[in-house]
Design a protein around this ligand. Sequence first.
Ligand code: SAM
Length: 291
Amino acid sequence: MADKHWIVESLFESVGMRTSYEVERVLHETRTAHQHLVLFENKFFGKMLMLDGAVQITSRDAYVYQEMMSHVPLFAHGRAREVLIVGGGDCAIAEEVLKHRSVRRLTQVEIDAAVVEFAKEHFPEFTKPAFADPRFECVIGDGADYVAETDRRFDVIIVDSTDPQGPGALLFTREFYAGCKRCLAKGGVLVTQNGVPFFQADELVSSLAHFRALFADSTCYVAAVPTYIGGLMAIGFASDDKRLRRTSARTIAERYRRAGRFATHYWTPQLQVGAFALPRFIAELAAGKTA
Ligand code: SAM
């Protein structure tokens, strides 16, 4: 019997940990202008995309991250028209955002054209509905430059980036967050992929420290993504409108009803409120207490 082939996630090698996934088939592997990309099939998780040795998305658990990165800020804001996604290559979050009829225009700024082209071939479930929607535009470029230069203003900015390595490192800097603040409309909200605090505490401490310096209100909320190993992942949340993260479940449920109650698999109005109730160690990290 042929030897089984395993692919290793090397993201947490620095803490002495590796996660291996059995490979049924490698569907695509390449080194793009910005990063190493491999897509393979696993018998449990289905299609799995890794960039620079870190799992980005799998067919089996993508819905957790997608729904929490998109519906939480949009229902907290309640009347978002202009939305920006920084990163987001696979268009999974774009597909969720476009379920909100109130959204008039969605712009995605992705640095790596190869990731978008590859997603068109291998993740049509996300790219087809997104690119078929006249409200959607995908700009190839560095998100850090875009937020520093654009004259547009956004109600919601979603940073669906890789981890702070390679091209993604810039997206965790004070300059980048200040650029996001600059192009947020009044009462706008910023959410950011902020890793798994159990292993990536410094990332959260650093981002939230920047947020406290730039915004009137900042915190994070949490979600459990099975292939983002290490327990709860943190999603940064920042705004000058202190009411947004305190929006009641009743108000969110009413907004969800008006939005047509589209199907979700993880997100609910009650879960949105609960996601801001942080375990003590994450709350302390978010408040700046180092690990
Ligand atoms: N959900 C995934 C995660 O949490 O790890 C991220 C998904 S998405 C694939 C991340 C995208 O961010 C990639 O397509 C990558 O090319 C893009 N990206 C990284 N750095 C960027 C930058 N500076 N500007 C714009 N996009 C960037």
